[in-house]
Design a protein around this ligand. Structure first.
Ligand SMILES: [Ca+2]
Length: 119
């Protein structure tokens, strides 16, 4: 009886580390959201300055540059999705918001409205 229990513990001591360190299914997927910048022109230098100042002030509050999602079944399966968000996302959203008539040119009036939206 003693031999069978010591054999069991010996096998457990040998097999358990092998199972723990053996290759499990690991999948990693990288989703890249780095779209190109939307082309935009500014009517005046003041419009450009106002737009970029507002854009930079909004970026200081934005800390989320990506997400990581993982699904794990210990020892057997691990699936991980990393989503990367590029800096052009903020720029493109700001252009979309600021250029209210969507003509590809940000006027000084549009930039001022973008900087001080009515509440
Ligand atoms: Ca416009």
């Amino acid at each position: 009886m003693k031999n069978s229990s010591s054999l069991f513990f010996l096998c457990a001591r040998l097999i358990l580390p092998m199972v723990m360190t053996s290759g499990c299914i690991h999948r990693h997927k990288l989703v890249d959201h780095r779209d190109p910048r939307v082309p935009i022109a500014f009517e005046t230098d003041t419009a450009a300055r106002l737009f970029y100042e507002k854009l930079e002030s909004n970026r200081s509050f934005s800390t989320l540059n990506g997400t990581r999602t993982a699904i794990t079944v210990p020892l057997f399966f691990e699936h991980e999705v990393t989503s990367v968000r590029g800096s052009h996302v903020d720029f493109n959203l700001a252009v979309q918001t600021c250029d209210t008539n969507q003509n590809g040119i940000i006027t000084e009036q549009e930039a001022r409205i973008f900087c001080n939206p009515k509440k």
